[in-house]
Write a protein that binds this ligand. Structure first.
Ligand SMILES: *Cc1c(COP(=O)(O)O)cnc(C)c1O
Length: 235
């Protein structure tokens, strides 16, 4: 199947999940996760109409951006962990940083966005999974970050993001992920009382996006179902 066909198929599945959940499909964005794929595939997705993308490494996107950085209406989000010493570069290269996991990183990004004269959208990544490999802010530390964000005036807090544990049974990935999706939604509702713009819920990947939409996702992050399998990570 071509990338255009995969995207069309996903749009159908999004419509079906929204119908089941009684939701407006306009409230669910489809992010194409192009990490670890050649830039040609990103260009192909863009030619098929896709505008919202996710990459997980600053350096990888820096390389690809030489070819794809000026694509029309591109909306490129960072969805991988960000070390604060790379925050200036990240603020320059990305339209949104979806993995803010500390006050220190938020402060660095705020300073970088200020220097660039831009308002930088961010999501806070919350670590709900006990897995070592998962990233994000501990839920207990979320209220303090939420209290601090309004004073960081060069950031636009958009929502919360999480990655649930890897499922024990891929066929049940959606149902295994639901408790994590629900918990993130609860934290989003709570945070929104302090920051009204914090409406986003970035949840759902290739194996569990239908369940994520049913649980209130406003942005599903899809790699494999659009671009196929990624080459195994070398680092
Ligand atoms: C790789 C990645 C995705 C996409 O995963 P697929 O299972 O290939 O759809 C989504 N979110 C994050 C944070 C990722 O790192």
């Amino acid at each position: 199947m071509s990338i255009a066909e995969n995207l069309a198929h996903l749009h159908d599945q999004i419509l079906a999940a929204c119908a089941r959940a009684n939701r407006n499909p306009a409230d669910v964005a489809l992010m194409a996760v192009s990490k670890m794929h050649p830039v040609d595939l990103l260009l192909e997705a863009h030619a098929a109409g896709q505008r919202l993308f996710g990459e997980n490494r600053v350096q990888e996107w820096q390389g690809k951006s030489e070819i794809a950085g000026t694509l029309e209406d591109l909306d490129m989000h960072l969805i991988g962990p960000l070390q604060s010493n790379k925050s200036t570069r990240a603020a320059e290269l990305f339209h949104s940083i979806d993995t803010v996991d500390s006050l220190k990183l938020a402060q660095r990004l705020n300073a970088a966005a200020g220097a660039l004269g831009k308002k930088l959208p961010i999501y806070i990544e919350v670590k709900l999974s006990p897995e070592e490999s998962k990233h994000g802010l501990a839920p207990a530390d979320l209220p303090a970050l939420i209290e601090a964000l309004p004073s960081l005036t060069h950031l636009r807090p958009t929502g919360l993001m999480t990655v649930p544990p890897w499922p024990a049974d891929i066929a049940q990935a959606g149902d295994e992920a639901r408790p994590y999706f629900r918990e993130l939604r609860r934290l989003r509702d709570q945070s929104q009382r302090t920051i009204p713009t914090l409406t986003g819920l970035s949840i759902g990947m290739s194996n569990d996006f239908a369940a994520a939409i049913e649980e209130g996702s406003t942005c599903i992050r899809i790699g494999t179902a659009i671009f196929g399998k990624r080459a195994p990570a070398s680092a």
